[in-house]
Design a protein around this ligand. Sequence first.
Ligand SMILES: Cc1cc2nc3c(=O)[nH]c(=O)nc-3n(C[C@H](O)[C@H](O)[C@H](O)COP(=O)(O)OP(=O)(O)OC[C@H]3O[C@@H](n4cnc5c(N)ncnc54)[C@H](O)[C@@H]3O)c2cc1C
Length: 477
Amino acid sequence: MKFERLNLNRREVLKAAAAVGVTSSLGLSGCSEAEPQQQAPVLQGAIGKDGQRVPPWSNWSGNQVSEPNERLVPRDTDELSGMIAKAKQGIRLVGAGHSFSPLVPTNESLMSLAYFNGITHIDKAAKQFEVAANTFLASAGEPLWQEGLSLINMPDINTQTFGGAIATSTHGTGATLGSMSTNVIGMSLVNGQGEVVHCSQDNNTELFQAARNNIGALGAVTGMKIQAKDKYYLQETSWMMDLQEGLEQAEALRDKHRHFELYALPHADYIMGITLDEVDEQALSQPQESSGDAYETFKTLSKVIDAVPFMKRFIINAGASTVSKEMRSGRNYEVFGNIRDIRFNEMEYSVPAEYGVKCLTEILDIIKKQNINVIFPIEVRYIKGDDIWLSPFYQRDSCAISCHNFHDKDYKKYFAAIEPIFLKYDGRPHWGKIHSLTAKEQSARYPKFDEFLRVRAAMDPRALFANAHIKNVLGLS
Ligand SMILES: Cc1cc2nc3c(=O)[nH]c(=O)nc-3n(C[C@H](O)[C@H](O)[C@H](O)COP(=O)(O)OP(=O)(O)OC[C@H]3O[C@@H](n4cnc5c(N)ncnc54)[C@H](O)[C@@H]3O)c2cc1C
């Protein structure tokens, strides 16, 4: 999400709200008709083997929590292999905990590969590098740049680990660009028997097709080799359009730019377009004054609207009409990486690229029709099809539509209303985001689902790496 680009700051939103006469009656700290805020359960932590409490775990947004009875942090591959070989209970790997779906929660062993960290080798000639699995995406930009290289594409934050990002086919946007998993050319894992296994395009190829979207079900990924490209600068342009104009232009803009995405404003008549293209260093635009934390602005706007929900369309339109065109540029990894301080929950489905605009239009319609209490913009991105067995982009160029609500707002009614629309358009959910599909529906979406299950059974015959959610989405008993 890129609301920092929205030149909608708190002052302007309040100005817009004042213009319609609502601010005087508001205590913006909270009197509202909104649903009660969700209370996170208070977890004590399970009692571990040594009689001490084990720290409970929570993901980034707080919608997933668990009480593992053990935390494992192996220091190297030998120790990791030993822990897995001797394991008497389930193990779930955790990266940065940025998944919204229950991929990580366990009340057994929670394992972090925190010591498996850093870029271990750079091959400048081949434009490839090797990275330990728990390295944060943010740590790769600078060292690669110093060697004249960069990642081919990135998601809109950089606080995931490589291991976690690859496990769920994490992606950015760009019709000619695949997910991060498509740039992986080799991987090393420790399987459920504690054995080290390598795979690549030429070696152990079935495992390679499964491992590049493994949802943590094949074993512990210790490192990977990634194809990069020559370092590059990006120029980003964002601007607000009339909704109809934006929907009509979406595919042409997608085809014209290296990266293109849309942010549609629920209940409103505006849509924001963002393009990113490579530029020479000499063409970098002058830095602009920051437009402030737009997430915070939207949070404020949300409180205004909670108090006068019948005015939401008017208020959002008034705010959106103040947004001006913005440009910024710089090293690609600085432009891609956004800071996310305001937490949210998210559902994302990928539909065939040609259905993207239609699907988005139906979602916007149902939000209006059912008067769903959401103002969080909907993000629309394009991703090139690939050949990875459980990739949401398997054999089809895709349009990923991401719907969010603030972490303290109820997302269930919203997501329940829109999920049937995604399914109607043959959508495949992001494995790391909220969805309700079980193995029955997932298997119908992935032609190579059974092949994945076969590789999983060979890698982890004791199903050590399967928590309740993995059993549910893969159909394991
Ligand atoms: C603010 C925010 C923005 C986001 N933006 C995007 C985006 O732009 N594009 C996008 O596609 N997604 C996005 N996501 C989703 C996120 O990229 C994925 O959920 C990703 O999988 C999270 O990586 P992580 O390191 O946090 O892993 P976790 O969430 O901790 O784990 C994810 C999965 O990886 C497994 N895993 C982790 N490490 C290992 C390992 N070493 N070996 C084996 N398995 C492992 C875990 O068991 C789990 O199944 C976003 C999420 C948030 C919270």
